[in-house]
Design a protein around this ligand. Structure first.
Ligand code: HEM
Length: 151
């Protein structure tokens, strides 16, 4: 279970589905890293920057569930994991989304083995995200084999 949890967190870190978060606006004059930001300025807090910050992640551009595991294989929380944003306007559905991801993925993986079609090697899979307010995968084909079939 800790490994599954780590894999799901890493999928969300690398998946980075809301790279530009939502637009925010300063409610008062603000000073940030030496810059003065007047009240009423539109701010786009890029979640991509923190989810692939090289000071926070050992291998920021590689899929690596070990980002969320300690040496004993126990799950570790990371402060830089914020796909749901942070602060007062953090995603209201965070708890529900996390629970659903865990339940859906564990149930699917218990029943199916997922792999690309025979003629496609894992190296050929295109992981370039589609651009937009939210980023998703390119169209792809996936085979779901029931565990009974793969035995
Ligand atoms: C993996 C799934 C999800 C991700 C990655 C995600 C991510 C986000 C992000 C980045 C924001 C912007 C936060 C900000 O403005 O700083 C947000 C806002 C929000 N999300 Fe989600 N979300 C997810 C699922 C859900 C679900 C399942 C619900 C509801 C059932 C939900 C409801 C909301 C609402 C209501 C807001 C606006 C909160 C506000 O402005 O105060 N989200 N979400």
């Amino acid at each position: 279970m800790p490994y599954m949890d780590a894999v799901l967190h890493e999928i969300q870190r690398v998946g980075n589905v809301a790279p530009m978060n939502l637009l925010h606006e300063t409610t008062g004059d603000t000073s940030f890293r030496g810059y003065r930001i007047p009240k009423g300025t539109l701010v786009i807090p890029l979640l991509s920057s923190v989810l692939s910050d090289k000071t926070q992640w050992e291998t920021p551009h590689q899929f690596n569930p070990n980002h969320f595991l300690d040496a004993q294989g126990k799950f570790v929380k990371r402060d830089a994991f914020m796909p749901f944003s942070a602060g007062r306007r953090v995603c209201l559905g965070e708890t529900l989304a996390k629970m659903e991801l865990f339940l859906f993925f564990t149930m699917l993986l218990q029943k199916f083995h997922f792999r690309p079609p025979q003629e496609v090697s894992p190296e050929q899979l295109d992981l370039t995200p589609t651009p937009g307010i939210t980023s998703g995968p390119q169209p792809f084909q996936l085979c779901a084999l029931s565990h009974c079939e793969t035995l």
